[in-house]
Structure formats: structure tokens, C-alpha cells
Design a protein around this ligand. Structure first.
Ligand code: NAP
Length: 460
């Protein structure tokens, strides 16, 4: 029997309480129903709490209750909105198998018609299910380890399916071994080879990784593995240095790979191999995050958030983006979302024009910075990296009222940032983008919000 807790998440009417009870009676483990705990703690029924405290008040009580659930083995049925709060997901993921229960919408409607649960939107039941599931499904997917469809199963049958899956392991042993044998042949560090050999037979372990070519320069494995340890998640993150993203993705069935960070040169070429792409990634034309659940692959772009968030409080009219590649596309999107007029300046003018087609940005070459009098300059070229320690634009164009964001982060103090500081500009180092995009990616891949301060600490 599982050494870990079994946590059931999903929309109301998918069977969380009844399947929780069935799991408890089969395994003899204690069953905790968070809605029941809330009613016991407040002495009120859920509809009464919604009536008196509103949904926000209910969520606050729910968070207190979930935070106090013991971490030892047991079966936990949660309320349908428990995943709305990332702190709940952090608590529920600890030492657990998190199972997402789903059902067809018409089946859910039929089941909840028999209950007295309050409406969340004031809409007719079937419409409300569509609306709420659209908002919550991404959160359920991020928080879940696997999915069981309960549309046409009894509670007992669903409980058996869950236990069967847990007993067999979350992946097929021969598939897992073959994947990791392939990774061991790539230039991963020796200590990683030893670790991969150790875990290749452990089918309870989820895998994540950075997919790129090259990929070995990435610091993500070190950070992710620290975070998995922090959050008690049975998972490991490694390097997938692969030339063909399509061939690689098609080899993942049965391996227990749950998520990927994607880097050069695959951010655009991976798109046709995915089942669904979030609209911001589609708009930018690049995917740097792939969530995999039950063989379905969902694409996201977190690079733009890594630029957008550090620009909080930055004001001005014009943002000049130096470069016109993948990072520049994310930067154009991010500055537009902050209300700046983007201008793309690139070594090859044709590429700048091609990137500008979607956004309607003005374009030019790198020697034209002064012409646009920017309030913000973002360097998205690799100029300034340790292998190319130069300035992408002359220091003389930098003025004290400008803000300069250099996406290059090796080294941290790039020639451009040093020149900007000398000119009296305020600056943002590339490490801030790395940290903020990673925090967003970790939330998509696990449902957990990780404090930015913890990530800064790990990078320093
Ligand atoms: P990319 O798609 O290859 O684009 C590179 C861009 O830089 C192109 O516009 C290219 O111009 C220009 N460029 C290359 N070498 C140049 C040179 N010597 N002088 C002037 N322009 C040059 O690369 P990317 O994915 O956008 O990544 C670009 C950089 O962003 C990376 O090197 C990395 O440092 C940084 N980055 C940082 C983070 C982070 O988390 N901080 C995340 C992603 C990327 P042409 O069109 O003329 O070739």
C-alpha cells in the first residue's frame, strides 16, 4: 500500500467524497474530507458559510483547515476550489499522490442537482460548470499527478483504479529505464549519471527536465531539485539534450515525465508537437514550458512574465528592444502589456521587421537608439555574455533617466549594466528574468508558488 497520502482534487460532483470513503474502506487508512473539517470547525453547513462569509471567507477557513492536515499517510478529499490557493497545493502535494477526478459536464450537472451546494457564479448549473472549469482546469492539471475519469464508474471502481495505478507505479519500468539510459549517454555530469542509474528502477518518481540543444549550460536542474526537496515532492529534474523535439516528445509515453522547460533552439519548433498552447505563447510564437498530463502536452510561455514582473512600477513611453529573436518576442509582449510603445532594433533589419509584424512595433538597427529617445532599453542579444564581453550599443547613448534591463545573466554584471550604472541609469540584471520566469514555470508545472527570495538565495 502507498507510503504516501492520496489526495483527491477536482470539480464538485466528480466523486471526491464517496471515492475517498471507498479508498479508506479498502485500505483501512483514515479519510479526511476538508469540507467536513470546515463544517466541524465552524459548526455551520457550507451553504451557511457562503451566505455569511462569502466565497472569500470560505476560502480563508479552507486554507486554515488544509494547513493543519497531518502529513502522514491517509486519504484526503478536498473541496472543488481548494486548488485556487497555491498555498493549499503546497500543503496537499507534500508526500502525496494527487489524483484529479474528472467527469463529463452533463454527469457533473446531474450529480450536483441532488445537493444543496451554493452557486459560485449565479449562472444556470450547466453554464456555471463550463465557466468555472475553464478557470480551474489549468490549476487542477498543474496540481495533479494523474487523472481518473469517473463519468461511468462507481466509487468502488474508481477507488480500485486509483489503487491499481499507485501499486503499478506512475510509469512503465522498461520505458523509464530506456529513457534514462538515453540521458546517461548525453554529456550530463558524472554525479547525475550515478543518480539517474539509482532512480531508473523507481517507478514512483516523477521526472522533469530542460529540453534543448545545447542544454547542459542550464542552472534549472539544481534549482528545481532543491525546490522538490523543499516541498517534499517525489520528483527529479534533469538535462534532456536532444536535437529533435518531436522525436523526443513522442518517446515520453509511459516514462513518467511530467514537465519540461524548453530552451534554444526548440522554443518555436516544439509548437506543432503540442496538444494545446496558451494564448500568450501563441501570440509570442514561442513555448518555453510544457506540462504533460496523461500524454497530453500543454505549452506555455513564462519568459515574458520574467520580463514583465521585474518591470513593475517602471513608467515611460518608449521601450527599445535590442535583438529580434525569441527573447525579444517575449520582451515586446511584456513591454506592450506594461503600456510601453515597443521599438525593435536588430543587427539584421529584416528579422526586426518580421518580429514587428504581429505587434506593429517600429523597427531599426542597433545604431539608432538615440533616434527613439527610449525610457527603457532591454538587451535581448547575447552580446555581453562571458564569451562575448562587449557592449551591444555605445555607452554614449545611455542617459541617467533611462532604465536598462540586460537579459544576459552570465556574468551578472554585464558590460552594458556597468556602463548604464556609470551613466546614472537604473538597471535590472538578467538574473531577475531567470528567477521570475522560473517561479512562474514552477507554478505551472507543480501548482506551487515559490517565494522569489528563495530563488534569489539559490542563485547567489
Ligand atoms: P536568438 O533567438 O538566437 O536571438 C538572438 C538575437 O541577438 C538576434 O536578434 C541576433 O541578431 C542578435 N545577435 C546575436 N549575436 C549578435 C551580435 N554579435 N551582435 C548583435 N546582435 C546579435 O536568441 P534568444 O533566445 O532571443 O536569446 C537571446 C539572449 O537572451 C540569450 O543569449 C540569453 O543571454 C538571453 N536570455 C536570457 C534569459 C534569462 O532568463 N535571463 C532567458 C532567455 C534568453 P540577428 O537576427 O542579426 O542574428
Amino acid at each position: 500500500m502507498a507510503r504516501r497520502r492520496i489526495v483527491l482534487i477536482g470539480y464538485r460532483g466528480t466523486g471526491k467524497s464517496s471515492i475517498g470513503k471507498a479508498l479508506s474502506s479498502i485500505t483501512g487508512q483514515v479519510h479526511i474530507d476538508t469540507d467536513q473539517l470546515i463544517e466541524d470547525a465552524t459548526g455551520k453547513k457550507i451553504p451557511e458559510i457562503f451566505e455569511s462569509e462569502g466565497e472569500a471567507g470560505f476560502r480563508e477557513i479552507e486554507q486554515h483547515v488544509i494547513a493543519r492536515i497531518p502529513s502522514g499517510a491517509g486519504i484526503i478529499s478536498t473541496g472543488g476550489g481548494a486548488v485556487l490557493h497555491p498555498e493549499n497545493v503546497r500543503m496537499l502535494r507534500m508526500n502525496s499522490f494527487v489524483v484529479l477526478l474528472t467527469s463529463k459536464n452533463e454527469v457533473i450537472a446531474r450529480r450536483i442537482a441532488k445537493t444543496s451546494r451554493p452557486s459560485l457564479t449565479g449562472q444556470p448549473p450547466e453554464k456555471e460548470i463550463d465557466t468555472v472549469l475553464e478557470e480551474r482546469m489549468p490549476l487542477y492539471r498543474s496540481a495533479a499527478d494523474f487523472v481518473i475519469n469517473t463519468s461511468s464508474t462507481s466509487a468502488k471502481q474508481a477507488a480500485s483504479l486509483i489503487l491499481d495505478k499507485i501499486t503499478r507505479g506512475i510509469c512503465l519500468p522498461e520505458k523509464r529505464k530506456s529513457l534514462l539510459a538515453g540521458v546517461i549517454k548525453t554529456p550530463v555530469p558524472d554525479r547525475e549519471k550515478v543518480h539517474l542509474k539509482k532512480i531508473s528502477g523507481d517507478t514512483d518518481y516523477y521526472l522533469y527536465g530542460i529540453l534543448g540543444h545545447p542544454a547542459m549550460h542550464s542552472k534549472s536542474p539544481v534549482i528545481y531539485n532543491h525546490l522538490f526537496a523543499d516541498y517534499g515532492m517525489p520528483a527529479h529534474y534533469t538535462w534532456f539534450e536532444q536535437k529533435d523535439p518531436g522525436v523526443f516528445l513522442s518517446s515520453l509515453t509511459g516514462t513518467g515525465v511530467r514537465g519540461l522547460s524548453v530552451t534554444i533552439p526548440h522554443k518555436e519548433t516544439i509548437i506543432p508537437h503540442l496538444d494545446e498552447i496558451k494564448h500568450d505563447a501563441e501570440n509570442i510564437g514561442a513555448v518555453n514550458t510544457v506540462l504533460i498530463l496523461e500524454d497530453e502536452k500543454f505549452g506555455f510561455n513564462t519568459d515574458w512574465k520574467g520580463i514583465y514582473r521585474p518591470l513593475e512600477g517602471t513608467e515611460g513611453d518608449t521601450a527599445v528592444i535590442l535583438g529580434a529573436g525569441g527573447a525579444a518576442a517575449a520582451a515586446v509582449y511584456a513591454v506592450s502589456m506594461r503600456g510601453f510603445r515597443p521599438v525593435i532594433l536588430n543587427r539584421s533589419p529584416e528579422r526586426a521587421k518580421s518580429l514587428a509584424r504581429k505587434s506593429g512595433a517600429e523597427t531599426g538597427t542597433l545604431d539608432q537608439v538615440e533616434k527613439f529617445s527610449p525610457d527603457l532599453i532591454i538587451n535581448t542579444t547575447p552580446v555581453g555574455m562571458s564569451s562575448n564581453p562587449h557592449l551591444p550599443i555605445p555607452a554614449s547613448v545611455l542617459k541617467p533617466e533611462m532604465k536598462v534591463f540586460d537579459l544576459v545573466y552570465t556574468p551578472r554584471d554585464t558590460p552594458l549594466l556597468q556602463a548604464a550604472l556609470q551613466a546614472g541609469c537604473s538597471v535590472i540584471p538578467g538574473t531577475e528574468m531567470f528567477i521570475h520566469q522560473l517561479a512562474e514555470q514552477f507554478r505551472i508545472l507543480t501548482g506551487i508558488d515559490t517565494p522569489i527570495i528563495r530563488l534569489r538565495e539559490m542563485l547567489s
